[in-house]
Design a protein around this ligand. Structure first.
Ligand code: NA7
Length: 537
């Protein structure tokens, strides 16, 4: 029997070397702390490391999908285009890791399986899958909102003799799809990007759709030197405005009420927002789409018309047009040729609500309408959002309470930043912050890193060892969250935003929907009141 390994000791541990973890490392180092980042992948980038499927691209413009903490970084990095592909995002995070010499404090290929709080020493002990132990008073979970892939238990999946792959576990060396019979299950942001990218290359493509989405056309554009100069000159304003808009984008909302406008003005506004070729219609259009069923229906109908106009066969068009939810109540994907792919002879759409998948077979997929033979099946089936990455780790707080068990009954956080019962554990991208759904991720994640850093800085400055929200504070935040959520159409819609994509998951809106400024204000208030409502020791 080998001797038990002894734990390496640090001032803080960060799990994950994606957008959040890299910045958190940089920020805690500036407090003079000895920090270790533990990362499951062999490289940095998180989401932008793992999601290397064909066509992976950000739906946020590149000038707001980046760090703001270093003017030098803003000066020395040029984005090639408005919406960048995965390779470029990954290159950016590698550049950041090199520029700030971050790698020396990161353990790669190390997946954390357990995190245990020790009350006596006020420390957390992390254990990796290969038995490495790490110990520190503070732990920051920088796991990302969408990093636990959903692998639906399709009957007979192990019998399939072709290649089966989830979009977020795409092999780095790629898959040769040329001439093959390929099936894609899922038509969210990911499925859409895959379909539009591979349709022309594969022999035959079958798209299995459960719920149609309202995808908006992406107008991408390469940047030249003049664009770079102009974008850079705007950075001081951009950095400010992303923290002032409702969802952390740089577009101020239209501001006018839908029904205060004439029919011509409404249409002209919708056309203008549509023509922007971005998520503007969703994030900076008529905010009543989230609350008012009449406005929701009017805007949805506008988008339905745009989708129908793209598809030759009216029967296929009707399948691709969403009718069971309003525009913007689920994640709106951007598309670049997606709808046109259904005019191709080698692409079929299978509505699996009408003809459900019965099982996988050795040769392909059997639906209630018959067997479809396939060489490759791509699962673009999404993620256990917000909670899945956290519950994949056996987290034990005070008195050994298990987060996994507690969250089976009731998912709770305070501001998405801490959880009652788990001292000195900080979460990012967790439920009840705007991060997972209603925020341009970098805006909210950077804000959370700053809050956590300020909090740890405060504790160190004031000779405190421990912080945790009280049960009352947590309850008050949840009540506020629920009150706002329940006023919206979003909370009434089945999607990963409400936990409906995961069997047995609590149905509650995951993301805080009071807007980025209100969220930031609530977080700031906690710090201004020196953590009133939090247990400090
Ligand atoms: P999404 O948006 O959760 O999409 C997953 C898709 O897979 C969606 O169409 C699902 O249908 C479908 N799905 C999931 N489970 C099944 C089963 N069991 N059977 C059939 N179809 C299924 O994930 P994405 O990866 O596209 O995007 C995630 C986020 O990443 C995205 O919002 C961006 O922020 C980036 P459903 O809609 O649930 O009926």
């Amino acid at each position: 029997m080998s001797a038990p390994k002894s734990a390496e000791r640090f001032d803080a541990l960060v799990i994950g070397a994606g957008l959040t973890g890299l910045y958190q490392l940089w920020a805690l180092r500036r407090l003079g702390m000895k920090v270790r980042v533990i990362e499951a992948a062999p490289g940095v980038g998180g989401t932008w490391y793992w999601n290397c499927y064909p066509g992976a691209r950000t739906d946020s413009p590149s000038d707001i999908y980046q760090y703001w903490f270093s003017d030098e970084l803003l000066q020395d990095w040029n984005w090639s285009q408005r919406f960048v592909a995965q390779e470029e995002s990954e290159r950016y995070f590698n550049h950041v890791a090199d520029r700030f010499d971050l790698r020396k404090d990161i353990s790669f290929n190390a997946r954390v399986k357990a995190a245990i709080w020790n009350e006596r020493s006020s420390t957390w002990t992390l254990t990796t899958e290969d038995g490495q132990l790490y110990e520190a008073p503070f732990v920051v979970m920088a796991l990302g909102p969408l990093s636990a892939p959903m692998l639906p238990p399709f009957a007979g999946h192990e019998s399939f003799e072709g290649q089966l792959v989830h979009s977020a576990r795409w092999p780095r060396e790629g898959i040769d799809l040329k001439g093959k019979r390929v099936g894609v299950i899922g038509t969210g942001a990911t499925g859409i990007q895959i379909v539009q990218t591979i349709a022309a290359e594969v022999g035959h493509l079958t798209v299995f759709q459960r719920t149609a989405n309202y995808a908006l056309p992406m107008l991408n554009r390469r940047y030249n030197d003049a664009d770079h100069a102009e974008i850079r000159a705007r950075y001081p304003q951009t950095r400010e405005i992303v923290n002032k808009t409702f969802v952390g984008f740089a577009d101020p909302p239209d501001g006018r009420e839908y029904f205060s406008l004439s029919a011509e003005e409404r249409l002209a506004t919708l056309e203008r927002l549509w023509a922007d070729g971005s998520l503007r219609l969703w994030v900076a259009g008529f905010t009543e789409i989230f609350f008012d069923p009449k406005v929701s229906e009017a805007v949805s109908d506008f988008v339905r018309g745009k989708i129908r106009a793209r598809i030759d066969d009216p029967k296929i068009a009707e399948k691709l047009v969403p009718t069971d939810h309003g525009f913007g109540t689920r994640r709106v994907p951007l598309e670049n040729g997606y709808y046109d792919m259904f005019n191709r002879d080698n692409v079929d759409l299978v509505d699996i609500k009408a003809t459900p998948i019965e099982c996988f077979t050795p040769k392909g997929i059997r639906t209630s309408a018959g067997e479809i033979e396939l060489d490759v099946i791509i699962l673009a089936t999404g993620f256990d959002a917000g909670t899945g990455a956290l519950t994949s780790i056996d987290i034990r707080g005070r008195d050994g309470i298990s987060l996994r068990d507690s969250w089976k009954k009731d998912i709770r956080t305070t501001l998405g930043l801490q959880i009652h019962g788990y001292p000195n554990l900080f979460t990012t991208a967790a439920p009840y912050a705007p991060v997972a759904a209603f925020c341009n991720a970098p805006t909210c994640l950077q804000h959370q890193v700053q809050w956590i850093t300020d909090c740890i800085g405060y504790l160190r400055q004031h000779g405190r060892r421990l912080i945790m929200p009280t049960a009352e504070t947590e309850q008050a935040w949840l009540a506020h969250h629920d009150e706002l959520a329940n006023m919206t159409l979003v909370a009434k819609t089945r999607s990963w935003y409400t936990g409906a994509n995961v069997e047995g998951k609590q149905q509650r809106l995951l993301s805080y929907i009071g807007g980025v400024p209100a969220y930031q204000e609530a977080c700031a208030k906690v710090q201004q009141c020196e953590y009133q409502g939090f247990e400090l020791a």
